[in-house]
Design a protein around this ligand. Sequence first.
Ligand SMILES: C[C@H](O)[C@H](O)[C@@H](O)C(=O)CO
Ligand SMILES: [Mn+2]
Length: 417
Amino acid sequence: MNAVELAYEAAKERYAQIGVDTQKALEILGRTRISFNAWQFDDVKGFLKKDSAMSGGILSTGGYPGAAANPDQLRQDADMAFSLLPGKHKLSLQATQVDTSEQIDLDEIEPKHYEAYVEWAKERGIGLDFNPSCYSHPNSENGFTLSSRDPDIRSFWIEHCKRSSRVGAYFGKELGIQAVTNHWICDGYKDYPVDQEAPRRRLMESLDQVFASPVDQKLNLDTLESKLFGIGVEAYTVGSHEFYMMYAAKRNRSLCLDAGHFHPTEDVANKISSVMLFSQEMALHVTRPMRWDSDHVVSLDDATQSMLTQVVRGGWLERIHIGTDYFDGSINRISACVIGMRNSMKALLKALLEPTVMLQELEEQGDYTSRLSWLEELKTYPYAAVWDYYCYVNNVPAGMEWMREVQRYEKDVLAVR
Ligand SMILES: C[C@H](O)[C@H](O)[C@@H](O)C(=O)CO
Ligand SMILES: [Mn+2]
C-alpha cells in the first residue's frame, strides 16, 4: 500500500471506532453532484449582448487574464476544472451563455440555443442547470424586470423566465438528470421607497404568469432566489426572503437560499430545516459573502460547513440541490472553480463522517457536555486522509498537485487567448 492508502486505512479504523463507515460516506459523496456556476468563467458577462454593462447589483471584480469569451472557451475551462474534481457534477449556465450564431434576445431563447452544451454534458456524464439572466440588459437598466411598472418590460421578462424553465426541462430530459432552473431578479431601490407593496404585488402577478403552466418539475425544478441587497439596491429588494418564503409556501414552489443574501450575522444553516419542514425540495447557493454579497470563492469555513452539515444531518442530500455561486475575476478562474468545488465536497465529506446518531442521542439525553466535547473533538479527526483517498481512487490529484495542472493550462491556453 502507498502512503495515501496507509493513511486511509488508519483513518478508516479511527472512524470505525465511533461507528462511522468511511466507505459508506465515500459512496454517498460519490453520488452527490454539486452544480458549479459557469458564470465564474466569463465574469457573469455571457455571450449574448456584449454591449450591456454589468448591472443588477452584482459585480465580478479583478482583471485576471483569460476569462472565457465564448461557449467553446467556457466548455474548455469547465473541462479543465472538472478534470481536477473527484466525482461527477453539474454545470449551471446563465441564459446569456447562449451558444448560437442567431441574433436572438432573452425573450427568444429556445432549447436548441443550448444544444452544444447538452452534447458536451452528455459525453461527460455531467448534469446541467439553468438560470434566467434578469440583469445586465437594456430591459433591466431602470432596475426592474418582473416587477417593472412597464407592462412591456414585465412581459419581456415573463417570457424569458418561461422559456428558461423549458430549457431546464430540455436539459433534464436529454441528460436524465433533474435540472434546476433558478429564478433570481435584480429588482429593487437604491433608497427607501414609499410604496413597498406595489412592486411585490407586480412580482407576484408576474411569477403567477411564469408558472401558470409549469414544466414537469421532475425534469426541471424551478427555484426562487431571494436577496437582501445589492449594489444600487441597498435599501430594498423586491424579491426579499420574506416575499419568496410566502410565495413558495402559498404557491407550492421551491426556494433557493444563497449564503450571501442575508445579513452578515444571520445563520443560513439555521434556515434549512425550517424550509425543508414545508418543502419537498430546495436549492442552496454555497458562497462566501465578505462584508456583503460579494461572492468570494467558497472557503472551507464554519458557515459552509454548518450549511452542508445541516443538509446531511437532515437526510436531505436527495432533496436539496447544492450549487456554488461566486465570481472572482482577480485570480485564475479555473483555480477558483477547483478551490470552491473541492471545499464544498470536503465540507460534505466531513458532514458524512460525523457520528450523527450518537450526537443526537446525547442531545436527547440532555448531555450537552458530551455533545459539545464530541463536536469539538471531531474537528481534528482525520477526514483529510479520507479526502486524499477519495481523490486517489478517482484519479484526480490530492493536495496541491492540482495547482501544477492549472498553471500549465494558464501558460498553454489562457495566456494565448
Ligand atoms: C448570476 C446569478 O444569477 C446570481 O449570482 C444569483 O444567483 C445571485 O446570487 C445574485 O446575487
Ligand atoms: Mn445566488
